[in-house]
Design a protein around this ligand. Structure first.
Ligand code: AMP
Ligand code: ZN
Length: 453
């Protein structure tokens, strides 16, 4: 029986034992607004999704991970007008770039990726049910959600009931100090240009918040396990998602809300509007690999702010390259020692199961790696096992000039086995076959040492 997985839940403001609704976990993550390159801050949150998913899978669950693509909202419309191209042309371009960046960071793509513009009919149905239940009302410029009617409005963001007022806001983003009725459907205005849908709600387009509720409910059902995002989404986006979803379905929407802290630069949240962003392309141009950024994110707990600087990234790069050299050495030189898996494995997994304490898990991995009394072959197996949760690509780490190909590694292992069983003629044949692949094998008191011919 695996140990308990603890997750910090923004809804209850404490670490809780994760109890799934079903064996297959339903997990929804707010995806990118595709109007520009996603920046390193966005990818910090995407990496959090990935570490969480890997840990859930290790805990024995399957995960149905749904992510939206926000391809219609205030920002995307403005950007398409600025670039003078149709909305879909702009958003497809940045969607493709986003997916390529996910791959280069070794982030598994979601099980279901869903575009807002492909889900308009689901949004209409949700808004209609809110109108019917009188949680929504029609105003001159759109259909709005009445926050005063919602039960526990603002619990996620810790809002006081006294803050709730009768004002109304059309914009997708607004301030926590001004909770207001928000737009579910925005009637068409000239500023939106050709972006509208003719529907029985009227000609217009959806508000941002209803998009995620509709896509989540459609793909994961009325109630599901985990919803993730960066902490900037707690208010208003996730607060509004809860209000409108629970009003429409009459059920609790999500059990665990997991939010990642910001990546900051120059003392501020990294964000396009503040003009302090860096993309993965810029890092690559400076000679860094995406995995160096992945390593940097592992070094700080996801609920703590991470300050980005090139000094920090250099430190992560050095640490990663050192780890890589050691792994390559392990693959080359097989030295016998004791099996110390039991000493490190429980501690590593306890760290990850304790609200994804990746920095601690990484320290345990490095300690095991440095342990010279640990049998190298068994150590390598353990490293690969740990890496299932960290995703640093340990299995594929190699240095072209001294890499031992998989077939040769298998031959070496078979020869070790033959020698162990005193099947000497077979061991000699295997030695020859290893030689044919361009490697020699020498037997030392500590095991086989392999070198290129
Ligand atoms: P967006 O493309 O702005 O809709 O954001 C996509 C995801 O990135 C959301 O989960 C945001 O909360 C998250 N995000 C945006 N900026 C940052 C940041 N500086 N640090 C961490 N996460 C962020
Ligand atoms: Zn969302």
């Amino acid at each position: 029986m695996k140990e308990k997985l603890l997750l910090y839940n923004t809804l209850t403001k404490k670490k809780e034992v994760f109890k799934p609704l079903r064996k297959q976990i339903g997990m929804y993550s707010c995806g990118p607004t595709v109007y520009w390159y996603q920046h390193l801050g966005n990818f910090r949150t995407m990496l959090l999704n990935d570490f969480l998913k890997r840990t859930l899978i290790h805990a024995g669950y399957t995960v149905k991970h749904v992510m939206n693509i926000t391809d219609v909202d205030d920002k995307t419309i403005k950007a398409s007008q600025k670039e003078g191209i149709p909305l879909s042309q702009l958003t497809r371009k940045y969607e493709d770039l986003f997916l390529a960046d996910l791959s280069s960071l070794n982030i598994a793509h979601p099980t279901i990726l869903v575009r807002a513009t492909d889900s308009i009919s689901d949004m209409i149905a949700l808004i209609q049910s809110l109108l019917k239940k009188k949680y929504a009302y029609k105003a001159s410029d759109g259909i709005y959600f009445s926050i005063a009617k919602a039960k526990n409005y603002g619990q996620l963001a810790g809002l006081k009931k006294s803050k709730i007022n009768k004002a109304r806001i059309r914009a997708d983003e607004y301030n926590k100090s001004q909770p207001q009725d928000f737009a579910l459907w925005k009637f068409h205005i000239p500023a939106d240009g050709p972006v509208f849908w003719e529907t029985n709600l009227g000609k217009g387009r959806p508000g941002w918040h209803i998009e995620c509720s509709a896509m989540a409910i459609k793909n994961l059902g009325k109630r599901f396990d985990i919803h993730t995002g960066g902490q900037d989404l707690i208010f208003p986006h996730h607060t509004n998602e809860i209000a409108q979803s629970e009003a429409a379905t009459g059920e609790k929407f999500v059990n665990y809300w997991v939010h990642g802290a910001f990546l900051t630069m120059k003392e501020e949240k990294m964000s396009k509007s503040k003009g302090n962003i860096l993309t993965l392309y810029e890092l690559k141009k400076e000679g860094y690999e995406p995995v160096h950024y992945r390593y940097l994110c592992l070094m700080t707990h996801y609920r703590k702010p991470l300050h980005f600087s090139f000094e920090n990234l250099d430190a992560a790069k050095r640490a990663y390259e050192k780890l890589k050299r050691k792994i390559i050495k392990l693959k080359e030189r097989q030295l016998k020692g004791s099996d110390k898996q039991a000493e490190y494995e429980p501690a590593f997994h306890s760290a990850m199961y304790d609200d994804l304490n990746a920095p601690k898990a990484l320290q345990i991995l490095l300690k095991a790696l440095e342990d010279d009394t640990f049998d190298t072959r068994k150590k390598l197996i353990l490293m690969e096992h740990f890496d299932a949760l960290l995703g640093l690509g340990i299995k594929d780490m190699c240095e072209s000039s001294i890499t031992i190909p998989k077939e040769v590694r298998e031959l070496i292992e078979a020869r070790e086995q033959a020698r162990g069983d005193k099947r000497w003629p077979e061991a000699d044949i295997l030695r020859e076959r290893i030689r044919e692949h361009g490697f020699t094998v020498q037997d030392t008191p500590n095991g086989a040492r392999v070198e290129r011919v």
